[in-house]
Design a protein around this ligand. Structure first.
Ligand SMILES: [Zn+2]
Length: 380
């Protein structure tokens, strides 16, 4: 239903050796390091999937090699990084468990802002040494913004990124990685978008999330998730059985209406800034501009028509993701996408008077192979 490209995760040294082939044979120019998984088997009891997927321990030598290999490619090659020091978080987790902490905010206390900012400081320095362009995924706090600005001042090619859930959900309500932060931090993330520290917004949506069945079972006992949510006390570090985790699905479909409703219509950012950070800048950074991210002759005819006045409470009925529920249920959303057009084809529309949007297009999404040398990395 959409055009797409891949950003593969490098999780062991063999993967670095595959970079030239990924570029030549598959048109891949972006790569990701999940730096929190560096800790390897120490975190497997928390993230069992990493054991299943054989996400092995890796070290800074691999990070260095990856940066050198990506720098050598030239634009638009870029390294995305999940910055969160879980070698420290793991130690703090044991302390918090010993204290008997069960509140949702314990997840933030386990992996506080310095764990995120510390990685940015360290790896932006190595990016400077190697000349590797980097994009810091899902930044959430002032400490990180300061490190991004410092790195930029030193000449590092560094892009800031965040996601709508960090802008709208605080640490007392839900958990994810990196953690949601203090309520007082949320306006500061909006400011970072407005003042240019954060250049790009993405969804961080992934397929894995709790099923509707799990949610409905929980709701029978405790009440609607939209009203009670994760404020209900529960063993946050226990793993199975808890409710406040894996609200990953539905973030792609939520991205634009959250940015319109909470950002533009509440006066936090302009509509023009929304288009820059959600559309133009990601296209430039990932080597698909001006085919994507621009309205011009010769670019793809991709458009989203929005109705800034459309005002409706988000219910489960509006949700299209396969899990069937959304972390933003119950919110009053003012400003909705009402038509999506992919290369001239209407994929989604919302006729006047209808209760919700509908998917009308056929699946015509194409893979976007990228090429070295394509214009990419010139933010105005
Ligand atoms: Zn990440």
């Amino acid at each position: 239903m959409a055009d797409y490209f891949y950003t593969p995760v490098l999780s062991k040294p063999d993967h670095v050796a595959e970079i030239p082939d990924l570029v030549d044979k598959h048109g891949i120019t972006s790569f990701k390091l999940r730096l929190h998984t560096k800790a390897g088997e120490h975190i497997w009891d928390i993230w069992h999937t990493m054991k299943v997927k054989a996400m092995h321990y890796y070290h800074d030598g691999m990070v260095y090699s990856a940066m050198k290999a990506i720098a050598k490619l030239g634009p638009p090659a870029i390294l995305c990084m999940h910055c969160e020091n879980w070698e420290i978080a793991y130690v703090r987790r044991a302390e918090l468990m010993a204290q008997g902490r069960q509140d949702p905010a314990a997840w933030d206390d386990m992996s506080p802002p310095f764990c995120e900012a510390g990685h940015i400081r360290t790896y932006s320095y190595y990016a400077k040494v190697t000349g590797c362009p980097i994009l810091i995924r899902h930044t959430t706090c002032e400490e990180s913004f300061e490190e991004i600005l410092k790195a930029r001042a030193e000449g590092v090619n560094i892009t800031g990124n965040t996601n709508p859930h960090y802008l709208t959900i605080d640490k007392n309500i839900w958990r994810t990685n990196v953690p949601h932060r203090d309520p007082a931090t949320l306006p500061k993330i909006w400011d970072a978008i407005k003042n240019g520290v954060i250049d790009t917004i993405s969804s961080d949506s992934i397929y894995r999330a709790m099923s509707l069945e799990t949610i409905e079972k929980w709701e029978k006992e405790h009440g609607p998730i939209a009203e009670v949510g994760a404020k209900y006390p529960h063993p946050i570090f226990a793993g199975a059985g808890e409710i406040s985790r894996d609200a990953m699905a539905g973030r792609t479909e939520g991205l634009l209406y959250i940015m319109l409703s909470e950002g533009v219509n509440k006066g936090r950012i302009s509509l023009e800034r929304l288009v820059q950070v959600c559309c133009e800048n990601p296209a430039r950074k990932f080597g698909i501009f001006p085919k994507k991210g621009l309205i011009a002759v010769g670019s793809d005819a991709d458009f989203t028509v929005v109705d800034l006045e459309k005002n409706m409470k988000l219910t489960r009925d509006h949700v299209f993701n396969s899990n069937g529920w959304s972390i933003w249920e119950g919110r009053q959303i003012k400003g909705w996408p009402v038509m999506t057009i992919l290369r001239g084809n209407v994929m989604m529309d919302w006729p006047d008077g209808e209760a919700k949007r509908r998917i009308v297009g056929k699946p015509i999404g194409r893979y976007l192979a990228r090429r070295l040398g394509d214009q990419a990395d010139l933010l105005d």
